[in-house]
Design a protein around this ligand. Sequence first.
Ligand code: NAI
Ligand code: MG
Length: 350
Amino acid sequence: MKTIKLAVIPGDGIGHEVVPGALGILERLGEIHGGLKFEFEHFDYGCDHYLQHGDMMAPDGLERLSQNDAVFLGAVGDANKVPDHISLWGLLIKIRREFQQEINVRPAKVFEGIRSPLANPKDFDLMVVRENSEGEYSSVGGRMFHEEHEIAIQSSVFSKRATSQAMHYAFDLAASRGKMVTSATKSNGIYHAMPFWDDVFKEISSDYPDVSTTSEHIDALSASFVTRPERYDVIVASNLFGDILTDIGAAIMGSIGIAPSANLNLNGKYPSMFEPVHGSAPDIVGKGIANPVGQIWTAKMMLDHFGYTELGSKLLQAIEDTFREGIMTSDIGGSASTHEVTTSILDKLQ
Ligand code: NAI
Ligand code: MG
């Protein structure tokens, strides 16, 4: 019997409404498999923890989380209690940084039966691999002078190590899927970093003769995500470009409520973290209508990560069947509750 130890952080807001159902689904999948068990360690980290203890997590929080095989997170943030920059940097971003989760992976695909803002979404099924540790999101730079003389300088940081790591990950992923990698570049405008990015892309691609490649400038690529998303398989992108593309990916699927993400630690020193793309959704909290699919699909990504790809496919199938039957929450055009969607997915797992 293999046991996967999960650190569970529902966090804030609808995190508490979508995480329990996803855990039930993981347990069911373990039973179906027969040789797999989940052990959950629950953590009450979040804004209420901050109000009680003055910190988003306990002082030994990272240490305790790191005793687990993965972190399964709901959402963080409740601006009525704690300013967002304190809550996010005190928990979510802290875990991503300290646990060296240098790759962020977010899929986007079309589901039959759900409302997409695209008139004709065709059959897109893509994965964005985002470098999650450096790039444009660096703290190198500063501000000086005052008033009309004030200047701000912000430098990007691109290392060969992290850039090639993201690209290798993208090519390995593409090799197991549609065998195509698109590089999000902007070497016609960004003078140093993006030609460097292109060079590394070219170099890494020569290791993967079976995977075809294209490079597209981020502006055109963003437009194509809206007009022809079915052209893409795996897209590799810097931190900023990946951030923007994945929001477009969530939007064209129909709702941020279904989008999942994985923050991966690749050196094996720390656990990876699996979380939906959405936040704590204070506007719908307590109404029982939060879409649970982002959290549940996140569980599928975790199963894939641990090598249980058959269970992962079963789960995705159950999500697709549920949508096909019209069982969905209001954000994607249905009228079902969180509980009804979760139960439908659970019932389809036999
Ligand atoms: P949000 O993702 O919480 O909500 C944006 C909109 O999408 C809202 O209208 C919400 O009702 C809807 N929505 C989100 N998830 C949904 C779901 N599962 N089902 C149905 N509708 C859903 O983003 P917002 O409002 O900008 O931020 C709210 C709080 O969440 C803030 O404190 C923010 O800092 C935090 N946040 C946390 C994130 C995380 O933990 N990864 C990511 C984004 C925001
Ligand atoms: Mg974003």
